[in-house]
Design a protein around this ligand. Structure first.
Ligand SMILES: NC(=O)c1ccc[n+]([C@@H]2O[C@H](COP(=O)([O-])OP(=O)(O)OC[C@H]3O[C@@H](n4cnc5c(N)ncnc54)[C@H](OP(=O)(O)O)[C@@H]3O)[C@@H](O)[C@H]2O)c1
Length: 311
């Protein structure tokens, strides 16, 4: 089968089309014919560094997938050949979604939302599960709470705005001015132009901050919280240290890593099918142009998601 591979770590130019053996599903796994693969910051971070588990060594890239079940492994009863599935298998282990086929534990995937194309469905799992696990599983965002979403126009942010709204929260997002209409259209009640306005002065009495930017945004976001409020950070593990600072102030903060999540995928599907969640796809490129997709993504200016069309 065709896949994207790399011999060495480096910039987007190290990515190339390779021919490799089609994988075989082990017991409990399914073989998926990949129709589309979403592109995420973790992809270019693994391309350049090898990632947390295999530092210094290239790994097969791609965790976001939408496709059809080709065959099922021993003992799998929840799917059969031809079923349409989507998901985020194996993370933080490699999944290899930049390929014509991948294998995945059956419950790392779920049935694709009926109303989404494969391209749209492939844009949803990593970013959508991250937003869901941060806002719902971790922070338990509830009706009437004030939620601040940093990078509200990005892959995670644009889904987080909609998930927080669906839970009945008052949502404030940060984005540059040209993306304010987009973020408001997603349901945000207020949008702060972070280039001209300090969010610390513009956002007050916040219950939950989702910080997808990192660096100084973590400690500065603590200043927007009401007593007992919480910052959930996803940009860098270094933000784990923020927890101690927050605790000293009667606040909470922590770093979260997204996990494979069958129930979370079904929750996202329910939101899509009830009209509460839509996926914005900024660019679709063929698998061969994975390097270009990384260049676009690494610009840090994406509105929504970038997706590779594979089948
Ligand atoms: N821990 C985890 O499990 C996990 C999971 C998923 C993602 N992440 C991390 O979360 C971060 C975001 O991921 P993503 O997929 O959403 O990235 P993305 O789609 O590439 O984010 C791009 C967006 O960031 C916005 N942005 C950049 N700087 C900003 C700033 N200072 N303030 C407000 N918005 C800003 C840009 O908007 P403008 O053009 O308006 O600046 C753009 O819309 C990345 O660091 C990623 O590695 C972590």
């Amino acid at each position: 089968m065709r896949a994207i591979g790399q011999d060495v770590l480096g910039g987007p130019e190290v990515l190339k089309i390779v021919e490799i053996d089609r994988p075989e599903p082990r017991p409990g796994e399914i073989l998926v014919r990949v129709h589309a693969a979403g592109v995420n910051p973790t992809d270019w971070w693994h391309r350049a560094t090898g990632g947390l588990l295999t530092p210094g060594r290239p790994v097969p890239l791609g965790w976001d997938v939408s496709g059809t079940v080709e065959t099922v492994g021993l003992g799998v009863t929840m799917y059969e050949a031809g079923d349409e599935v989507f998901g985020m298998p194996r993370l933080p282990e490699p999944a290899g979604a930049y390929a014509e086929f991948l294998t995945a534990p059956a419950r790392h995937l779920a049935r694709k939302p009926a109303g989404l194309t494969h391209v749209e469905a492939a844009a949803l799992p990593v970013a959508g599960l991250t937003a869901w696990q941060c806002l719902v599983d971790t922070a338990r965002v509830a009706e009437g709470q004030r939620v601040l979403i940093h990078a509200a126009a990005g892959g995670v942010g644009h889904l987080a705005v909609q998930i927080a709204k669906a839970r009945g929260a008052y949502v404030i997002g940060t984005a540059s001015a040209e993306k304010h209409d987009f973020v408001r259209d997603l349901g945000a009640d207020e949008v702060i132009d972070y280039r001209t306005t300090d969010f610390v002065t513009a956002a007050r009495d916040i219950d939950v901050v989702l910080d997808a930017v990192g660096g100084e945004y973590g400690p500065r976001s603590l200043k927007t919280l009401r007593s007992g409020g919480r910052v959930v950070s996803i940009a860098s593990p270094a933000e784990a240290a923020l927890a101690d600072t927050a605790a000293g102030l009667g606040l909470r903060a922590g770093f979260t890593i997204v996990e494979p999540d069958h129930g979370g995928l079904n929750a996202l599907t329910a939101l899509v099918e009830s009209g509460h969640l839509r996926v914005a796809v900024d660019a679709v490129l063929p698998l061969e142009e994975a390097a270009k997709a990384h260049e676009l993504g690494e610009s840090g200016r994406t509105k929504g998601k970038i997706v590779l069309a594979v089948a």
